[in-house]
Design a protein around this ligand. Structure first.
Ligand code: GLU
Length: 290
């Protein structure tokens, strides 16, 4: 099998110690498997995109010695691919318009679940809009046993989620007219022939939705590995909002050594980027063999 991996940053700010860990883990895994590594700029959420952030991320990856094997893919240029997948799901009768506002969903909330603060959609518009205007478009998830999606994560072990009770029918197209992350990521990974997804554990909770979408679209399911997220001193996931410093200010080898250590990979004596990657990739290969 030809290994194809990816790093898929959202250009909402510069890379920081947390996003470096995800980038590095995906890079180690691709190199340890003798595979290709590509970068996808996830700028589908235009309002959250910060001008210049994507170029800064790409420049930092290069400066830190992570070289992509193909030109980066930009979600903002892939509208047609998302529309085609959406039409395919529509043709299978799996999509319906939803007129609910966030407030209404919260009010009729079945339960909120912590990690991504996603609210399980109670299915209000499954049977029609009841005279309201369409806002978002949702995927009808299965009921009963078919709603349970199970997979084995290479780092986190066996996982299982009931889409009907824990997520509900989820949005493919958002009320603001933008394609939802869940649809874009599945279409992009399939079109790029991604075989292995390595990313932060904050996305573990989205994986069942993505596997289900892959099945609905008849595309292969990649293997998954979710690395622990980096928290700040207050125990919050490190992000620009929680005070992460941009990596540009840091010495690459120091930041890389710290990120590798977070992943359980020791490469303390490396004096050059080449030496660092040689040691760290070999250690990763021992830990996560083919
Ligand atoms: N763009 C997402 C993020 O930066 C990552 C998506 C993914 O790896 O599937 O959190």
């Amino acid at each position: 099998m030809t290994y194809r991996g990816r790093f898929a940053p959202s250009p909402t700010g510069p890379l920081h110690a947390g996003s470096l860990v995800s980038a590095l883990a995906s890079y180690f895994d691709a190199r340890a498997h003798g595979g290709s590594w590509i970068v996808r700029i996830e700028d589908v959420d235009a309002p959250r995109t910060v001008p210049g952030a994507a170029d800064a991320i790409l420049a930092t990856l290069t400066r830190f010695g992570m070289h992509c094997d193909e030109p980066p893919v930009w979600q903002s240029q892939r509208d047609d691919a998302y529309a085609r997948a959406f039409a395919q799901l529509q043709a299978r009768g799996l999509v319906y318009p939803c007129g609910c506002t966030r407030r209404e969903i919260a009010d009729s909330l079945v339960h909120a679940h912590a990690r991504h603060a996603t609210l399980a959609y109670p299915g209000t518009c499954r049977t029609g809009l009841h005279g309201r205007e369409a806002r978002a478009w949702r995927l009808r998830v299965p009921e009963g046993d078919a709603a349970r999606i199970a997979f084995v994560d290479r780092w986190q072990g066996p996982q299982s989620q009931n889409l009907a009770t824990e997520v509900g029918d989820f949005a493919l197209k958002r009320a603001d007219g933008l394609w939802a992350y869940q649809l874009a990521v599945v279409v992009d990974d399939a079109d790029a022939g991604i075989t292995h997804i390595v990313r932060g554990a904050d996305l573990l909770d989205s994986t069942a939705r993505q596997i289900h979408l892959q099945r609905c679209l008849d595309v292969p399911t990649p293997s998954y590995l979710h690395v622990p997220v980096v928290n700040n001193d207050a125990g919050e996931k490190l992000s620009k909002q929680t005070g992460a410093a941009p990596l540009d200010a840091l010495v690459p080898l120091d930041a890389l050594t710290a990120a590798a250590r977070h992943l359980g990979i020791e490469a303390p004596a490396a004096r050059s980027l080449d030496a660092f990657y040689a040691t760290a990739t070999a250690a990763w290969a021992m830990r996560f063999p083919r």
